[in-house]
Design a binder for this molecule. Sequence first.
Ligand code: 6PG
Length: 502
Amino acid sequence: MMAKTPSDIGLVGLAVMGQNLALNIADHGFRISVYNRTVEKTDRFIAENPQTPGGLVGTKSLADFVASLAKPRKMIILVPAGKATDAVIDGLVPLLDPNDIIIDGGNALWTDTIRREKELRGKGLRFIGSGVSGGEEGARFGPSLMPGGEFGAWQELKPIWEAIAAKVDDKTGRPIPGAKPGWPVSGGVPCTAYIGENGAGHYVKMIHNGIEYGDMQMICEAYALMSGLLGLKAAEMGGIFSEWNQGSLDSFLIEITADILKQRDPNNKRKAFVDVVLDTAGQKGTGKWTSTNALDMGVPAPTIAEAVFARCISALKDERVAAAKILKGPGKKYRGSKQALVQAIHDALYCSKICSYAQGFQLMRTAQQEYGWKLNFGEIAQIFRGGCIIRAAFLQKITEAYARNPQLANLLLDPFFNRIVKQAQENWRKVVSLAAECGVPAPTFSSALSYYDSYRSARLPANLLQAQRDYFGAHTYERTDQPRGKFFHLDWPEPTRPQLEA
Ligand code: 6PG
């Protein structure tokens, strides 16, 4: 039945994320209309949630959905990114009036968002591409939200986005605790802010996910090293991660890792759950997009890319099992102190994490030039402090770094992070060399270390590389004793070729 009072906002797509976001919005006193292609799903959702402060309005067709909204209309789309988003937009457009606002909350490719914004602007409509991070729990009780698009449209969406976003204490960056876990939250700074025009919000969400890939893989390497070098069992490692979560590594991903490692297998309580999970990781593409974009823009983001490749190699399960029978490792064992190695792994994780975030922020810095955005890195770090998957105490330090210097060229150059790496690098190097000596793969730890060593090198061996290019392809070179931008070519001797017998 049609609602008499028009709804403040609407939402299309009632999968778990959509349902949770709709409930979050309604719990904050906004009336929300919902629509799903399968009507039964809408009916069930409405029936299961009779009491919401703002009110949920179920609609059975897109036309009813659109008609139920207050003008100018605001409609969130939460469907799988890609074709499904375009299909919903195509369905909505003929039903809309000028100035109506479509908000895509999916993990859209930012270039798709740029395209959609342009197309819809051409039709007099407004489009916001908003990153929504925090998984199901975040959508329900406070996500981190990264909106990009027309600024006026953002101002109209702002009261709702600020109300439903996660909140943190601005001084400490800690989440504001609710009356019961996660809910309701009052006070604090909302983890949302206008990111920039067209695809900026989705771009920043993609970088968030690239960083998320890096964080997850680094944690896995810490786990693999503790297990491979020290023979620790899952539950014990769970305890170590819990301890780490009390210190500088305090974060959502460390916290859930501790929980996961302590979990028993429901089918066989004597086993750790993690030991019965098949070692092949899936991916939906946002880490790959981040890495592809890094290559396209020529920005070094090797640690994030390694995290993507680590998932790719994990997926080659059968090949790895076959190769394991043929390819032999070093067979060397670690015989030193357990406590010292655990601390060293902690430090390696911390330093690698700093490099990975440095790479993510460098990508954003280059992308803003490429796409004409004006990104506020301090504010982006603030938004990441709560609600999202990469939320961590660490983000407060990044926020402070950009407050000290909004033009910071690389996080590693900030005095705080510089000091951390200085103190911890000995342990970091020890872990990377031990991993190599004992044959435990640690792709992100070692790639981050190479990144650090490359970035701090005033001179790299690219002099030789450029000479090679000049040798075989006359690609020219610049000289150390001449101004930059002046190119030379050496008249190389003919390469020595084997003489043919007469
Ligand atoms: C988030 C997550 C979320 C999702 C990833 C997972 O911020 O809430 O990033 O968007 O968990 O898309 O990506 P993969 O399936 O590629 O691991």
